[in-house]
Write a protein that binds this ligand. Structure first.
Ligand code: UD1
Length: 409
């Protein structure tokens, strides 16, 4: 029997891990995976059984940032909770590494699986590889080519030490091969975040959360904002706020405020100002189903998130990404995404745009209102089955020494 440990830590990790855990459990019911709780109770342990251990780093700890997702996504209670919490980039990364090392030494998993690009992802991968534990990275190979983003460093480092690299789009394989990753390690499996979206879209629709906010479907914009480059400095935050206030004069704007953003809005004296926008509806961070319900029926989404660019593409909702680049180019090439950057050059346009950043955001929002925005298509393999592919490949990798040898070629 082999143990497979999965590490989660921050909000976007939970919807990525959930379908993998579900697929592992389904595999278990076929006699291939055994949960931690059933340890020692199996009557006929087969040699090909996988035993799942879920570890939560505690990077996100508020109920609204963590527990609510465990409940809504049906995630099991973590077997281990590291309780690391917030801190600077180094403090948080080091905190996860120091807390995870003794746990991995004790559990001795055959493999550690990490998801996404948060600090816990990179910290987990580094800790495992130094203990000679193979690492699987889900959502490998995405590159913004902007090393000022903490997530870009996390992606590059994690991929460089991973043994199994599961990718969501073709650009990721190209990036990994350019960095010298052996092709046998790269597996184009699709998008686990979309597995979760497709599984819960029906349930989210029944909530009609927009009605609770007094809104009609298709008649509001939805905003998320939390990138340090957008919210940690006054000029950028003020510029985006200006754009949101302008858009809210034409269309109600729902803005669930991330804790980082709220802290900064308050510290910069912008909180009262943002709360005063005519059609700006500020809320606490929302649960998965509430947010999906809002996103599904929004006229447009304005965001600096990574995952939301992908989710809006699948929902067919126009998305304006308020960043200078995207590590998810398929959402622009195939999907509904348009990148509106502060540096006056967007990914979608080879022309330098005119006007201030806020003016350009408002202009793009106006185009969507008049023309309906990009229609887009669903990218290859974003079909709800990515986690099943991941579990199958991981199982083969762990159970076949031949497969392991092939993948390292
Ligand atoms: C992290 C990830 C980012 C991801 C985002 C999703 C990194 C480098 N960044 O950013 O990729 O898109 O999560 O939310 O890993 N806080 C709370 N309660 C919590 C968690 C955080 O109040 O439960 C506050 C704290 O003041 C903290 C701040 O939010 O200092 C930032 O949290 P942190 O985990 O450092 O980064 P995020 O901005 O959430």
């Amino acid at each position: 029997m082999k143990k497979i440990a999965i590490l989660v830590g921050a909000r976007p990790n939970f919807m990525k891990a959930a379908p993998i855990i579900r697929a592992l459990r389904a595999s278990k019911s076929k006699g291939k995976v055994k949960a931690e709780s059933s340890k020692g109770k199996e009557k006929n342990p087969a040699s090909d059984q996988l035993h799942l251990v879920l570890i939560h780093s505690g990077q996100h700890y508020d109920r609204a940032m963590s527990q609510v997702f465990f409940t809504e996504l049906g995630l099991p209670k973590p077997d281990r909770h590291l309780g690391v919490g917030s801190g600077s980039q180094a403090e948080q990364t080091a905190g996860v590494m120091a807390a995870l090392e003794p746990v991995l030494r004790e559990i001795k998993p055959a493999l550690l699986m990490v998801v996404g690009d948060v600090n816990s992802t990179m910290a987990g991968a580094l800790t495992a590889v130094k203990l000679h534990i193979p690492v699987a990275h889900v959502e490998a190979g995405l590159r913004s080519f902007n090393r000022e983003m903490p997530e870009e460093i996390n992606r590059v480092v994690t991929d460089s030490v991973s043994d199994l690299l599961f990718t969501t789009e073709k650009s990721a394989e190209k990036n990994l091969r350019a960095e010298g990753v052996p092709p046998g390690r790269i597996h184009f499996v699709g998008n686990v975040m979309i597995d979760t979206l497709l599984a819960l879209r029906g349930k989210a629709r029944k909530i009609s959360y927009y009605r609770k906010l007094g809104l009609q479907p298709g008649e509001y914009a939805l905003v998320t904002l939390h990138r340090p480059s957008n919210v940690d400095a006054v000029p950028e935050l003020r510029e985006i706020l200006r754009a949101l206030v302008e858009v809210s004069k034409i269309l109600p704007v729902v803005f669930p405020v991330h804790p980082r953003t709220r802290k900064n809005l308050e510290a910069f004296g912008l909180w009262k100002k943002s709360a005063k926008g005519p059609g700006l509806i500020l809320t606490e961070p929302l649960g998965y189903l509430q947010f999906l319900s809002l996103m599904d029926r929004a006229r447009m989404v304005l965001t600096d998130s990574g995952g939301i660019q992908e989710e809006t593409t699948v929902l067919g909702v126009p998305c304006l990404t308020m960043r200078n680049e995207t590590e998810r180019p398929v959402t622009v090439e195939v999907g509904t995404n348009i990148v509106v950057g502060s540096n006056q050059k967007t990914v979608s346009s080879t022309q330098y745009a005119v006007g201030s950043w806020s003016e350009r955001i408002v202009a793009e929002a106006g185009k969507i209102l008049r023309g309906g925005g990009k229609k887009g298509r669903i990218p290859a393999k974003w079909d709800g089955k990515a986690a099943i592919r991941i579990v199958e490949i991981t199982r083969k990798y762990l159970l076949s020494s031949n497969a392991q040898a092939q993948m390292t070629k």
